[in-house]
Design a protein around this ligand. Structure first.
Ligand code: SF4
Length: 429
C-alpha cells in the first residue's frame, strides 16, 4: 500500500503512524505536495468537516520577560521594538476580547509574558475571565501564563478558564539549544498540571528554528503522547533583535508538509494554524485550511497578522465555514471522554507509548502559544469513504517554476503589532 493510502487509513482509524511514515511525509517532493494535502485533508474532514475554529489572542502583559526563549520577541535581552506594557485591567482585556468575539472568534486566548504567574497574577486573570464571560457567556477562555505552580491550574479552572496553553515548541533533544532558563520537563509538567485540573490542554510547536525532520517528528509524537486537545503549529517569525533573526528556513511547501504530518499523527485533535502563517505560507495559506481546522483571527501577540476580514474572506473563498459558538469543536469521542479537558481523552488512541513525555503560548512570537461537532462517522464507518489516493505519475521538473529557496528572508512581512491591546488603536479582528 502506498504511503498516503496507509496514512489516510490510519488517520481515519486514529491509529498512530510509524516514525518512518511521518518522516516520509516531510520528505515528499513538491511534485506530490497536492496529493499530500488531499490525503491529510480527508483525515481533517473526517473529524472536523469543513469547519474552521477562530481563536483570538489578547496579550495581557507584553515584553519584559526574564526567560531567554530564543524565538521570542519578549525574551530577556530582546531588542525587538515591540509594545511593552504591564497587566491590562480586566475591563481593557474584556473590551479586546469582545472585538475578537464580534469578529467570529469562539475562543479567547489570554496570554502574559513571564516565567509563570504569581498567585496575585492568577487573581488578576481570574477577574479578567469573569469580565470576559460576563460580556460573552459562551466564549471559551484559554489562559497562557507560563509555568504553573501548585494549585494554580485548579484556581484558573474554578475561575472559569476552559483551557490552558503551554507549548512544547521543539523536541526534547534540542530544547536546551532554544531555551536555558527552564526545561522541556518543566513544560511537560505544566501541561499535565492543566490536564489534571480539568482544563483542556493546548500544546504545540514552532517549526523553522533550525530543527531537523527527526526533531519535528519527535515533538509531534511527544505531543500525541501528551494528548492535548489542541495543537498550535507555529512557524518561526524571525524577529530582528532575537537570536533566531536569521533563521529563515521555511518555504510554503515545507509548512504544508509539516501541517500534514501533524494531522496524520494527531488526526482527531484541533490542529491550529498559528503564528507565522502569513509570513511563511503566504499565498498558499488557503491550502493549509485543508489540514488545520483552527486559526488565530487577526493579530498575534507582538506582530500583526493579516486583516481579520481577510481571514474570513479566505475561509469563505476556500469553501470552509467559520465554526459557530454552539458547535462542539472536538469529535464526539474526544469531547465525551474528555469533558473538554480530561487527561484521559485522546490524540486518537492515547497510546501511552514509551515515547510519552511528561509539555510559551499558541502563538509563539509572544511567549506562550480547544472543544467541538461530533464526527460524522465512527472509525468503522471511516473505512468506507472516498476513493483511495492514487500515486501520481512524475512530471518533468523543468516545467515547474522554482519556489523561493529556503533561507530567503522576508523581513518585509514581519510587522510589529502597533494596534489593539495595550494601545489606543482598535484591534484587528
Ligand atoms: S516564550 Fe514566554 S517565557 Fe519564553 S521568553 Fe517569551 S514570554 Fe518569556
Amino acid at each position: 500500500m502506498d504511503l498516503l493510502t496507509t496514512l489516510v487509513d490510519k488517520g481515519l482509524r486514529r491509529e498512530l503512524p510509524t516514525r518512518d511514515e511521518a518522516l516520509a511525509v516531510l520528505a515528499t517532493p513538491d511534485d506530490e505536495l497536492l496529493d499530500v494535502v488531499a490525503a491529510a485533508g480527508r483525515v481533517r474532514r473526517q473529524w472536523f468537516g469543513r469547519r474552521v475554529k477562530l481563536n483570538y489572542l489578547v496579550n495581557l502583559k507584553s515584553g519584559l520577560c526574564p526567560e531567554d526563549c530564543s524565538y521570542c520577541s519578549q525574551r530577556l535581552g530582546s531588542t525587538a521594538g515591540i509594545l511593552k506594557y504591564t497587566w491590562l485591567k480586566p475591563d481593557e482585556a474584556a473590551a479586546a476580547a469582545s472585538a475578537g468575539v464580534s469578529g467570529g472568534a469562539k475562543r479567547v486566548c489570554l496570554v502574559a509574558s513571564g516565567r509563570g504567574p504569581t498567585d496575585r497574577d492568577v487573581d488578576r486573570v481570574s477577574q479578567t475571565i469573569a469580565a470576559i464571560k460576563e460580556q460573552n457567556e459562551d466564549v471559551e477562555v484559554c489562559a497562557c501564563l507560563g509555568l504553573l505552580s501548585g494549585g494554580q491550574a485548579e484556581r484558573l479552572r474554578a475561575a472559569g478558564a476552559d483551557a490552558y496553553n503551554h507549548n512544547l515548541n521543539t523536541s526534547e533533544g534540542t530544547y536546551g539549544d532554544i531555551t536555558t532558563t527552564h526545561t522541556y520537563a518543566d513544560r511537560v509538567d505544566t501541561v499535565q498540571q492543566a490536564q489534571a485540573a480539568g482544563l483542556s490542554a493546548c500544546s504545540g510547536l514552532i517549526a523553522g528554528m533550525g530543527e531537523t525532520d527527526a526533531d519535528l517528528v519527535d515533538v509531534v509524537f511527544s505531543l500525541r503522547a501528551l494528548d492535548p486537545d489542541s495543537v498550535p503549529v507555529n512557524f518561526l517569525i524571525p524577529f530582528e533583535g532575537t537570536p533566531l533573526a536569521k533563521e529563515w528556513n521555511l518555504t510554503p511547501q515545507r509548512c504544508l508538509r509539516i501541517l500534514a504530518m501533524v494531522r496524520f499523527v494527531c488526526p482527531d485533535v484541533e490542529v491550529r494554524l498559528a503564528g507565522g502563517r502569513e509570513v511563511h505560507l503566504r499565498t498558499l495559506q488557503p491550502l493549509a485550511l485543508h489540514l488545520a481546522n483552527s486559526i488565530f483571527l487577526g493579530d498575534y501577540l507582538t506582530s500583526e497578522g493579516q486583516a481579520g476580514q481577510a481571514d474570513l474572506d479566505m475561509i469563505a473563498d476556500a469553501g470552509f465555514e467559520v465554526e459557530g459558538a454552539g458547535t462542539t469543536t472536538l469529535p464526539r469521542h474526544r469531547a465525551d471522554a474528555a469533558g473538554c479537558g480530561s487527561p484521559a481523552g485522546s490524540c486518537g488512541t492515547h497510546d501511552g507509548s514509551p515515547e510519552a513525555h511528561e509539555g510559551g503560548c499558541g502563538a509563539h512570537e509572544g511567549g506562550c502559544g480547544t472543544c467541538a461537532e461530533p464526527a460524522a462517522a465512527s472509525a468503522s464507518s471511516a473505512s468506507a469513504p472516498e476513493a483511495p489516493v492514487e500515486p501520481v505519475d512524475p512530471v518533468e521538473p523543468a516545467a515547474v517554476p522554482a519556489a523561493a529557496p529556503a533561507g530567503t528572508a522576508r523581513t518585509d512581512l514581519v510587522a510589529v503589532r502597533r494596534r489593539g491591546a495595550g494601545t489606543d488603536l482598535p484591534p484587528n479582528a
